[in-house]
Design a protein. Structure first.
Length: 117
């Protein structure tokens, strides 16, 4: 299973970005897809995730500003980020837990989001 993430970049505070992540490979079922982020000196933290059934979970910092959505047919997840703040600056990692021969976790390569003040 491979995860291909895209959409990071540089944006001014108050701006928007949309991240995409597509899963490929032999996948029988997706339990959850989502985004984590990591800033220098900090632990990786959950931003938002969506289950195969469409249930969503957001970090408090993302609620009201970020929206996660998925396309099951394409095994793709999107993260629309609005009203970005400098503290959102981080490397964003796509994550999925899928059934191949058992439940396994996979990570994308990370995409840098930089929000300037």
């Amino acid at each position: 299973v491979q995860l291909q993430a895209s959409g990071g970049g540089l944006v001014q505070a108050g701006g928007s970005l949309r991240l995409s992540c597509a899963a490929s490979g032999t996948i029988f079922s997706i339990n959850v897809m989502g985004w984590y982020r990591q800033s220098p000196g900090k632990q990786r933290e959950l931003v938002a995730e969506i289950t195969g059934g469409g249930s969503t979970n957001y970090a408090d910092s993302a609620k009201g500003r970020f929206t996660i959505s998925g396309d099951n047919a394409k095994n793709t997840v999107y993260l629309q980020m609005n009203s970005l703040k400098p503290e959102d600056t981080a490397v964003y990692y796509c994550h999925t837990r899928v059934w191949v021969s058992g439940w396994s976790n996979y990570w994308g390569q990370g995409t840098l989001v930089t929000v300037s003040s």
